[in-house]
Design a protein around this ligand. Structure first.
Ligand code: FAD
Length: 466
């Protein structure tokens, strides 16, 4: 297998590092990599859509999983798909939407692999009613440090299953997964969109409509201040039924032919990101919807993946890159936490094109899974002066309210804050230690956050909850 040296980054293009890269074509080649790892370290990389340093390894080998992407079996009765972990959500959609199936949970881009979706236990716009991706994963196969391929389910090797979903690729290489898809009658979404004048308005819209729509999201103008704080477009959606389509679409209710419209060819100059430019963009976007409410039948892609229509949109943030800060604030004090976070962001003038608010339902069983019941807010912020201070402030707010930041987007958390945010960390490390004593599976994120098994850790400090 060829070994190449390459510059790599996450989607936020920060940090950028030089890494040794290998791309196994077969499972046997992946096994060989593990067998020969010795004291070196390996990092799985799916589609590289995590924003920070989770899929980077400047001190070892980054292993591209994209060639291990065969679909293995599909049960038309139950919707159970068995596939290799390098299959992308885009590939699943292309094959299964025309047959009347959709992803049970999807993040805001379809350019992620099944392995990456499990490793961060990703969430979608339906978390409040359906939970995270792992809720629909009935089993997975994991190539562990011993070279063994271990089948994990909720009843077999259950601890390893709980450490692997949301485990940032640090328990082993996920080679295969069984995921249950969702039946759909059409490839269209019934969309209902509201203009909310402030945060309270947006939150009451969530309360009022979430029972009727499985999908919900608010796009917040995070530079709006004072009375307009939390001004947003709140969107709800459900899969349209055939009878709701107009005659032209009814003939081909499952038609699906999405595409990228255009690509950003170069890095945008810094001035384009000036707070005033962002402010006018936000005002323009909000002002374009003239009425309080609109409904429409729309295609799947513009609803679920609006940004995928612009290839390489990450270049919009210029050469220095950006981070996406995402935190979840528990329900009890969620509104207060959101007000504090939005106030801080608007005061610091670092607001982004995108501030996305979603509601989370119950937490999943992944020990390091991100979601907690409450609200989650995600902001894109260009790398530059003041970024550290803003992130520190946002982390402080999250911690004060019992919340946490999302590792899939992170490049800045420190080990002490991380430990406070993720109380099941000792359980995770215990399981990692049992299967990867030498920390073969590592990454820059793992080193930064000390997400390594530490043999010095006393057994008494660790409890694995049943
Ligand atoms: C535009 C955009 C929108 C997004 N929206 C959302 C959203 O709504 N919700 C959400 O939850 N996330 C969202 N994300 C984040 C994204 O879904 C996650 O970061 C996801 O993990 C990326 O998958 P990937 O295949 O690109 O994995 P990578 O980024 O390559 O890797 C992510 C992690 O998975 C591990 N990994 C990858 N493959 C394997 C494998 N086979 N075995 C073991 N470990 C593996 C890596 O080591 C790394 O730790 C978004 C990202 C973008 C760019």
């Amino acid at each position: 297998m060829a070994i190449v040296e390459r510059k790599l980054s996450g989607w936020g293009r920060y940090p950028v590092v030089q890494s040794r890269v290998q791309r196994p074509e077969r499972l046997s080649a992946l096994q060989e990599l593990v067998a020969r790892a010795g004291t070196g370290s390996l990092t799985a990389r799916g589609a590289g859509r995590s924003y920070g340093d989770a899929a980077l390894n400047s001190k070892g080998t980054t292993v591209l999983m994209g060639r291990l992407n065969r679909m293995l079996a599909f049960d038309e009765k139950t919707g159970l798909l068995r596939c290799e972990a390098g299959v992308t959500l885009e590939e699943i959609l292309a094959v299964f939407v025309p047959r009347g199936w959709f992803l049970p949970v999807t993040p805001g881009t379809k350019h992620v692999t099944v392995g990456g979706a499990i490793a961060f236990d990703v969430h979608g716009k339906n978390h409040h009613c359906d939970g995270a991706f792992s809720s629909f994963v009935s089993g997975l196969k994991l190539l562990t440090a011993s070279g063994e391929i271990v089948a994990c389910t909720r009843s077999r090797n259950a601890n390893l299953f709980r450490a692997t979903v949301g485990g940032a690729g640090l328990t082993g290489f996920i080679t295969e997964a069984a995921v249950t898809l969702r039946r759909i009658e059409t490839s269209r979404i019934h969309l209902r969109r509201f203009k909310a004048q402030d945060l309270d308005d947006a939150l009451s819209l969530f309360d009022e409509h979430e029972a009727s729509y499985p999908y919900s999201v608010a796009w917040i103008d995070c530079l709006a201040r004072g009375k307009a704080l939390g001004r947003s477009l709140v969107m709800f959606g459900r899969h349209a039924r055939r009878g709701e389509l107009d005659a032209r679409l009814r003939d081909d209710p499952l038609g699906y032919a999405p595409g990228t419209r255009f690509s950003v060819p170069f890095n945008l100059p810094g001035f384009a990101l000036h707070p005033l430019a962002v402010k006018s963009f936000n005002a323009f976007y909000y002002a374009r919807q003239r009425t309080r409410e609109m409904t429409a039948i729309t295609d799947l892609d513009p609803f679920f993946y609006p940004l995928d229509a612009i290839g390489q949109w990450n270049k919009l943030y210029g050469r220095r890159g950006f981070i996406q800060y995402q935190a979840v604030f528990p329900a009890a004090t969620g509104r207060k936490a959101l007000v504090e976070a939005l106030n801080l962001t608007s005061r610091r003038g670092k607001g982004s094109f995108l501030a996305v608010l979603k509601r989370f339902g119950a937490a999943s069983e992944g020990l390091l899974s991100f979601p907690l019941p409450g609200y989650t807010l995600a902001l894109d912020v260009p790398v530059g002066r003041g970024l550290h201070v803003l992130i520190e402030g946002l982390n402080r707010i999250a911690l004060a309210h019992g919340g946490r930041a999302y590792l899939a987007k992170d490049a800045y958390l420190t080990p002490d804050i991380f430990r406070e945010m993720y109380p099941a960390l000792p359980d995770f490390l215990e399981i990692k230690g049992a299967h990867d004593e030498g920390n073969i599976f590592s990454s820059m994120l793992a080193r930064r956050l000390q997400l390594h098994h530490d043999p010095e850790l006393k057994a008494a400090e660790v409890t694995v909850h049943a």
